[in-house]
Design a protein around this ligand. Structure first.
Ligand code: MG
Length: 276
């Protein structure tokens, strides 16, 4: 089996400090987290940024400062988010790509975030998805196709057919968002079976399903994503730190006799150029 790539998603767009004081918000906090997570075994970091009020932002200047600081302190593969914030234009969503990350996230369908109050519709029209895919293609940024349900995989395959995503494509299987596919073993195996034969994939399990989905990913030859974007707890009632979630994934992989990839090995597995 290929070595295991551990991605850390430390911030996301939802949790606040009041939910978990360890969620990094500022460029300094995110780069410090990046350093600690690299030490713990992470190879990729999925970056969201926040403004001074902890609200999600796509502002270029904030992303630039964050990405620069991560690069200064670590060798991690940097993946910026292109997720939409209410009212964000396609150009807003593409702004973080101007920091020249090696990878960018690309959600290929619209979803209800049904568990939030009030609920949120995460809108990703075909035109928006293609716009973001083209922006990544033109800048030689590898997309991570985010699939919250089975149909999102099929939409990702269409981008490959259209020449907007290069093969081998890379998918993130997002398991257990309220509104997306539930995080069960059967559902994960079904998702994996839909992928193109040459694809790589990373599994993200939400909340308490992060640990079981991580375990399944290690066993099935996928890669794993952990972090406070998806899960705030180490176990019931115990708030997690990002580096603890990374360390747990690494220990699990080592116990299951699967080696963990360094950032440079992750670049090879993902078909990225070595870091200069
Ligand atoms: Mg994200």
């Amino acid at each position: 089996m290929e070595k295991l790539i551990i991605t850390v998603a430390p911030t996301g767009s939802v949790p606040r400090k009041k939910d978990n004081p360890h969620v990094p918000m500022t460029p300094d906090e995110i780069s410090e987290t990046a350093y600690l997570c690299e030490q713990a075994g992470a190879a990729i970091i999925h970056v969201h940024c926040r403004d001074a009020d902890e609200k999600p932002t796509s502002r270029f200047e904030i992303f630039k400062e964050t990405v620069d600081k991560i690069r200064k302190r670590t060798k991690l593969v940097v993946m910026t988010s292109t997720s939409g914030i209410a009212g964000a234009t396609d150009a807003d969503r593409a702004a973080p790509l101007k920091t020249k990350p090696e990878m960018g996230s690309l959600t290929t369908g619209t979803l209800n975030f049904a568990g939030r109050k009030p609920s949120v519709v995460y809108v990703n029209s075909v035109e928006t998805v293609q716009f973001l895919a083209k922006a990544m293609l033109d800048a030689s940024i590898k997309p991570e196709i985010e699939a919250f349900d089975v149909g999102f995989i099929q939409q990702g395959k269409k981008l490959v057919d259209l020449g907007l995503v290069r093969e081998p494509a890379h998918f993130q299987l997002v398991m257990g968002v309220d509104g997306g596919i539930p995080a069960t073993p059967e559902n994960l195996l079904h998702m994996v079976a839909q992928l193109p034969p040459t694809a790589t994939y990373v599994v993200a399990g939400m909340s308490r399903m992060q640990l079981p989905m991580t375990t399944m990913a290690i066993m099935t030859g996928g890669h794993v994503r952990v972090g406070l974007e998806d899960n705030l707890y180490l176990k019931k009632g115990v708030l997690a730190r990002n580096e603890e979630l990374v360390a747990r994934a690494r220990h699990l992989a080592e116990d299951l006799q699967r080696e963990v990839a360094t950032p440079e090995e992750a670049r090879r597995i993902m078909g990225l150029s070595p870091r200069a």
